[in-house]
Structure formats: structure tokens, C-alpha cells
Design a protein around this ligand. Structure first.
Ligand code: BG6
Length: 509
């Protein structure tokens, strides 16, 4: 999203050198290089660009290019033609270096003297362990690889998550970055914001006059957000995950961002600052909805051993590779929040996320209140067998993934002599409407960094506000020991309690 709203559709003008730190890592192979390739194949990259892979391994340009060609063939969202891949990889080079060694940067600086081969605008993508963010940025600055902001050429730094482990460490990281860089040079990535369906929440809310008037405490009963995954700790992920867990890995960033988009006020325009100002305002109004104790607002869980959704036996979290057998890290977290502002006061907000759950699905469901007078009977049918039930409230569902779309559940008269109402869906599905694959989040986000559009990136005060919401959980882990939950189901059953006093339950769909 840019002030014009269409910048993302146009070719990047500035020639650029893109340096990827952590070039031998999974993200580079699976996401970054395939996304850059697609941008190239669609004519979005500038005429002159160079991609430098920066890592410790003993590769050279040719070896690295060969590996990147394989990654593109395997992970590109669109078919990758051999000839175009070969042309693209000619733009790639490799720089062997250790992030903690100053020579790695001075060597790079020496190469960069050749501005024909390495255009002077620079994007540094830090796809590295968080402990090295500070060192990398300080060394980049010290070696003169980063130029001052607002000059003739630009330098930008993309920071991958996790951004800190808690409020204090996130603030320390913010300070360390802001000591070296201007806020406008920092792009803190949250890949959820790059998803088409996530961006569509804003368009849907503010491009249609009919929904916005009912998005408030007078009409909405509750909002629930689920991000469920079926995966566990495959591919050696345990080492990272055990340090962070579901709250830090998914809630503090992706889920709170989704919640911001559903609950923020309309920005005055589509500029990065206006949108981010509104997000910060609503984040500052969010609090855990604690009645007596924090344990009535938060449930943490760990999956036990059992069978996954295909019936295949799977290990419990504590038996997984690279997990401390006494770990209390959460692989599931659910919580109830309140938003203390005029629009949302009193509306329960339920969030949950977890690994090894019944299904891979991410959705936001806004459930409206039941009609004030129950004039009709409602039926719920499975084939020809119908039951009389209470009138069902309308629900608006933003399906983020998979089966991306927007669904509105409404009561409709069932054909027949009797006046009974049945729940039906009004569906909009992306694939039915456009029948082409949606752009990957990283395609969008990388192009935005090259255009200098920071709308879909998290500003420093936003990060602070996100950690403020979850910090009480981190401060009270002793009172929030994880419950065990069986794999292949919907997580911790005790988390149903979060719906106390609410017309509804978790949508396990
Ligand atoms: C990442 C988390 O940010 O998001 C992962 O670190 C998680 O643990 C992933 O699996 C989920 O992303 P998506 O796009 O598949 O929903």
C-alpha cells in the first residue's frame, strides 16, 4: 500500500544492490530468492540490480548461482523457465564472510567501489539469528556501507523476526538500531502483512460503506482469530522454537497485526504513517481481559505424542529433536483480550495459535449479536436430517489461508411450507474469482522495500506496543504452566473457558 495505492504494481526505478545476510539459510532458498526471481520475471526489478549472498560457507559465485537456480525451480510460485532463470542468476554473486568479523564488511566495501557492478543504492536483508542483528548493523554503519538517510542514494535494512524476546530486549534492539539508522531506513518484516488476504481486511472495511457502521460494540458480539498449523518441529526447527514458543513466534507479531487491521480506526489516507499511527492507537488500547487472575485470560499448551491428522504417529513436543526435555515452552497459546476504547469496549477478543493442530488454517471471525427478537426458528441440517436450534448470529469470516476468501454467514428461509431459517454462506473465494495463484508475501514485501514503502512494516512504537500487550504473560509464566494437548485436534481444551459469558465457542473448522 502506498499513497497512490499502485506503486507496488510498477517497476522499481532505482538500480540497487541487495545483500542477503544468512544466504545459506532456509529463508533465502525457499522464499527470498524465488520471490526476487518472480519480481524479475514479471519485469518489476530495475534494469540494473545485483544480489549478493553473504554467508560463511565456502561457496563461490558459480556454486551459489547453481544452488539458487535449484531453489527457484523448486520453490517458485510460477513456472520458472530455464532461460529466464539463467539470465536472472547472472545478477547473483557470493560474498564469503563472518558477520562478527569486521574484515567481512571492509572486503565488501572494497567490492562496492565498483558501482557499475554494485549499484550504490543498497538493501541489506538480515535473515540471521536475532543475536547478530546489532553486530551486523553496527558493522555495516562503521564500515561505511550504510549511507546517511535522505541523500542521493539510499541504504535500507530489513530485519527478520523475532524482534526481541520481551519488551525490554525489543526496546534495547530498537535503541541499538536507531543509534545507527534513521527509522525510515529500518524495515521490520512481518510476513503476514504481505499476504493479499491480510491487506484485503483494510480494503474490505474501508472500501465498503455497509460494514463499517456495524464494526463496533453495539453490533459485534466477539471477534476470534485462529492461526492453526499441523506441523510440529520438523527440519531442526526445535532449536529456535524452544527459545521462543507460540506467544513470541506468532502472537506478538502476526496475530496482533491481524487484530489491528480488524479493529483500528480508518486512517486519514493510505500513507505509511497514517496507517501505522492508527495501528499504534488501537494496540495501546489492548489489554489482557483478566477477571481475577491471569490464568483466566491465558491458556498455554504443549502437544503430547499421538497421531497427526493422517493417523501417522507423531512425537510429543518434549521428545522432539533439539527440545529441552523439561521445556515449558508453549506450542499453543490462547488468550482473551479487551480493547479499551469507545468502539470496542466490552467486546471479547479471543486469539489462539498452535502447532500440531487439526488443520492448517488462519482466519479472523467477527461474530455479530443475535437479533433482539427471535421471530423464527432456526434449523441445522446434515443432508436430510434437521434439528431445531437457537437462531444463529451472523458471522463475517476473513479466511487468510488456505481457501482464501471472505464468507458471511446469514440466516435464510429454508424452502418449504414452514417458516424456518437456515444458516447459509455468502462466499467470495479468491481462486474462483481470479483463478490465479496469489502473490507470495515476500514478493510484495521485497518490492515495497525497494520502492521505499514502509506501510507493511512494523514501526518502532508499534513493536513496543505489541510487547506491552503480551508482557504480563511473560511476567507470570509460573502461573501459566502449559497444559498437554493431543496432536491432530484443536489445542488445549481448557481454553474453551475463555468464552465465558460469550455467545459462541471456538470455530473448529
Ligand atoms: C512464522 C513462524 O513467522 O510463521 C512459523 O516463525 C510459522 O513458526 C509461520 O510456521 C507461519 O506462516 P504461514 O505464512 O505459513 O502462516
Amino acid at each position: 500500500m502506498s499513497p497512490s495505492g499502485i506503486i507496488g504494481e510498477s517497476r522499481v526505478k532505482d538500480s540497487v544492490t541487495i545483500v542477503i545476510f544468512g544466504a545459506s539459510g532456509d529463508l533465502t532458498h525457499r522464499k527470498l530468492i524465488p520471490a526476487l526471481y518472480i519480481a524479475y520475471a514479471q519485469g518489476m526489478l530495475p534494469e540494473k540490480f545485483t544480489i549478493v549472498g553473504f554467508a560463511r560457507r565456502d561457496y563461490n559465485d558459480d556454486v551459489f548461482r547453481g544452488m539458487m537456480a535449484e531453489s527457484i525451480k523448486e520453490f517458485s510460485r510460477l513456472p520458472a523457465e530455464e532461460e529466464s532463470v539463467m539470465r536472472f542468476i547472472q545478477h547473483i554473486r557470493y560474498h564469503k564472510g563472518d558477520i562478527s568479523h569486521p574484515e567481512a564488511y571492509t572486503d565488501l566495501k572494497a567490492k562496492f567501489e565498483d558501482v557499475e557492478a554494485y549499484p550504490a543504492n543498497r538493501l541489506f536483508y538480515l535473515s540471521i539469528i536475532p543475536d547478530l542483528f546489532k553486530t551486523a548493523v553496527q558493522s555495516l554503519k562503521k564500515s561505511g556501507l550504510i549511507v546517511a538517510p535522505f541523500g542521493e542514494t539510499w541504504s535500507r535494512v530489513v530485519i527478520e523476526k523475532p524482534f526481541g524476546r520481551d519488551f525490554e530486549s525489543a526496546m534495547a534492539l530498537n535503541k541499538a538500531l536507531l543509534d545507527e539508522l534513521d527509522e525510515s531506513q529500518i524495515y521490520r518484516i512481518d510476513h503476514y502483512l504481505g499476504k493479499e488476504t491480510v491487506q484485503n481486511i483494510l480494503s474490505f472495511r474501508f472500501a465498503n460503506a455497509i460494514f463499517e457502521p456495524v464494526f463496533n460494540r453495539s453490533y459485534v458480539d466477539h471477534i476470534q482469530i485462529t492461526a492453526a498449523e499441523t506441523v510440529g518441529m520438523e527440519k531442526g526447527r526445535g532449536g529456535y522454537y524452544d527459545e521462543y514458543g507460540a506467544l513470541r513466534d506468532m502472537v506478538t507479531n502476526h496475530l496482533l497485526q491481524l487484530l489491528c487491521l480488524v479493529t483500528m480506526e480508518a486512517p486519514g489516507d493510505l500513507s505509511a504513517e497514517s496507517i501505522r499511527n492508527e495501528k499504534v492507537k488501537v494496540l495501546n488500547a489492548m489489554k489482557l481481559d483478566i477477571r481475577k487472575n491471569i490464568s483466566d485470560a491465558v491458556f498455554r499448551g504443549q502437544y503430547s505424542s499421538g497421531a497427526d491428522t493422517d493417523g501417522k504417529p507423531v512425537k510429543g513436543y518434549l521428545e522432539e529433536d533439539r527440545i529441552d526435555p523439561a521445556s515449558e515452552t508453549d506450542t499453543f497459546t490462547a488468550m482473551r483480550l479487551a480493547i479499551n476504547n469507545w468502539r470496542w469496549a466490552g467486546v471479547p477478543i479471543l486469539l489462539r495459535t498452535g502447532k500440531r493442530m487439526a488443520k492448517k488454517t488462519t482466519e479472523v471471525a467477527v461474530q455479530f449479536k443475535v437479533p433482539p427478537l427471535q421471530l423464527f426458528q432456526q434449523v441445522e441440517c446434515e443432508d436430510d436430517v434437521c434439528d431445531i436450534t437457537r437462531i444463529k448470529p451472523n458471522t463475517l469470516i476473513f479466511r487468510i489461508q488456505p481457501n482464501e476468501g471472505i464468507f458471511l454467514k446469514v440466516g435464510t428461509k429454508r424452502p418449504g411450507m414452514r417458516f424456518v431459517v437456515e444458516d447459509v454462506d455468502m462466499d467470495f473465494s479468491y481462486t474462483e474469482k481470479w483463478s490465479k495463484s496469489l502473490p507470495e508475501a515476500y514478493e510484495r514485501l521485497l518490492l515495497d522495500t525497494l520502492h521505499g514503502d514502509s506501510t507493511l512494516f512494523t514501526r518502532s512504537d508499534e513493536v513496543a506496543a505489541e510487547w506491552t500487550v503480551v508482557q504480563p504473560i511473560l511476567d507470570n509464566l509460573d502461573a501459566l504452566r502449559p497444559y498437554a494437548y493431543p496432536p491432530g485436534e484443536w489445542g488445549v481444551r481448557e481454553a474453551d473457558w475463555l468464552f465465558h459469558g460469550v455467545e459462541g465457542h471456538w470455530r473448529n473448522k
